[in-house]
Design a protein around this ligand. Structure first.
Ligand SMILES: [Zn+2]
Length: 482
């Protein structure tokens, strides 16, 4: 590569509150009939007064702590003045110089395989705007989204590629969802990204780092990937061909056309001064109470990267199992509840959860909340297997029954007569019958084909109704075919 790509990301995330940022309207705007969730405040009518959403402030602080940020003692809201049809009051209430969270970081795996620290400059709270719908030559405005609490998380320019940008956003999404701060569903407008991108290279012995492009309002990981590749190549071409980039002083703002797979220039001059920020006169400054900050910190769950490491260290799980289990907080909680009821059997529990349980959820489109099986009963099942009371064949029958009925494992074992038969005489009799019926298999085994033994085990198990004690069965077959 002849140039280095330098990327910083501003991610707008909708907070998971019931009501909007400065009024009592519902914040669940996605899919609602247009302009049904509005009032004088979120429509921006003259004279309407905002009152801040306490939950949104707490969630913002929680997000900041989850991203290793400090929560400053003093913060405030400011007016960001600009005109746009989706913002009829002519300003957005945001935070300018005193945001709710500063100086954090996230760690990701960089393209070179090492752990990279992506610094987070700030995370500030603001209100979302309405949304515009262009149709039939007209533009329609829906104010349902207007006033929904939005957290803008801004990184330093620490990312070096589209793949590192995606790794950062994945890590960000994982933490915010885990922390219960945001649902982060891109397909429901739960997050959008502005990407600051520039190129840096050596030319005639000096380092060149021309002004950046800000790619506005990307709403999918795919769009980000394509836009970053396109814009960095475009900047390089512009420089190489002696274009305007060689003399330009400030950044440009570009949009992304997903249909044409290209960026287009929106604005060439935009400085922070243009917004004429000033402290929001309708709101008092905010000094987050230290006791509240500590309460929020204490209420945060263990973060996914820590939990994965702990699952490996504490339960002896593979990286893969830890990753699968921790990918969903509810699943990880379910697993740990089961392990607590089956101490020392974490590996067995993990196997059941990652293969049988997840397989069932996927096949039946069910969730942990809708199934009848509870973790304590999986623990009972695992203990029955570990104790040799039932074998795996029976265990799968019990498992299916528990999923269907929610009954106790012990009860199912008794009722269906699934307990292992260890009676040597009964097993030996079954083995002898099968051996007598399969002289060729026996000859193969005696000729040295040990794998042929499997051909005997199946029929014996069948005769025993799937309940023969495996260890006893293996031993008796080995004795008989010696
Ligand atoms: Zn409202």
């Amino acid at each position: 590569m002849r140039y280095e790509t330098i990327i910083g990301i501003e991610c707008h995330v909708e907070l998971d509150t019931r009501s909007k940022m400065f009024c009592g309207c519902s914040a669940t705007w996605f899919g609602a009939p247009p302009n049904t969730l509005t009032c004088e405040v979120c429509l921006g009518l003259p004279g309407a007064l905002p009152y801040p959403n306490r939950r949104a402030i707490e969630l913002s602080i929680a997000a900041g702590i989850a991203l290793h940020c400090e929560t400053p003692e003093h913060t405030k809201f400011d007016r960001k003045n600009y005109m746009y049809p989706d913002l009829p009051k002519g300003y957005q209430i945001s935070q300018f110089d005193l945001p709710l969270s500063v100086n954090g970081f996230l760690e990701i795996q960089g393209d070179d395989g090492t752990v990279r620290r992506v610094r987070i400059r700030r995370a500030h709270l603001e209100e979302d705007t309405g949304s515009l719908l262009h149709a039939g030559g007209a533009t329609l405005i829906d104010f349902n989204r207007s006033g929904v609490p939005l957290l803008e998380i801004v990184t330093e320019p620490d990312l070096r590629s589209a793949s590192e940008s995606l790794a950062y956003l994945e890590a960000l999404r994982e933490r915010l969802v885990y922390a219960g701060v945001a649902h982060f569903k891109l397909e429901e407008g739960g997050a959008r990204f502005d990407v600051n991108i520039s190129i840096r290279f050596e030319e005639n012995g000096t380092t060149c780092w021309p002004p950046l492009s800000e790619i506005k309002n990307l709403n999918s990981f795919r769009a980000l990937e394509e836009a970053v590749a396109y814009e960095s190549a475009r900047l390089w071409d512009e420089w190489e061909s002696g274009g305007e980039l060689r003399t330009r002083k400030g950044k440009i703002t570009v949009g992304w056309s997903p249909d044409q797979h290209r960026t287009y220039v929106q604005r060439t001059k935009e400085e922070v001064d243009d917004y004429r920020y000033f402290p929001e006169p309708d709101l008092v400054a905010l000094a987050p109470d230290r006791a509240m900050v500590e309460r929020v910190r204490a209420a945060l769950p263990e973060m996914p990267s820590d939990r994965r490491a702990r699952f490996v260290a504490q339960y002896g799980l593979s990286d893969y199992d830890a990753r699968v289990l921790v990918s969903d907080r509810a699943l990880a909680d379910w697993f740990e509840t089961a392990v607590q009821a089956a101490p020392g059997e974490a590996k067995r529990v993990a196997n059941w959860v990652t293969s049988e349980l997840l397989g069932h959820l996927k096949a039946s489109n069910a969730t942990l909340q809708t199934i009848k099986l509870v973790p304590e009963q999986l623990a009972v099942l695992v203990r029955l297997v570990a104790a040799g009371t039932i074998n795996m064949t029976a265990a799968k029958i019990v498992f299916a029954d528990m999923l269907a009925t929610g009954r106790n494992a012990d009860l199912i074992v008794v009722e269906k007569g699934l307990a292992v038969v260890s009676d040597e005489a009964a097993i030996a009799a079954a083995v002898d019958e099968v051996i007598a019926a399969n002289p060729k298999l026996v000859a193969d085994i005696r000729a040295g084909n040990q794998r042929a033994i499997g051909g005997l085990i199946g029929p014996v198990m069948k005769k025993m109704g799937g309940r023969a004690n495996n260890a006893v069965l293996d031993r008796i077959i080995a004795e008989r075919v010696k």
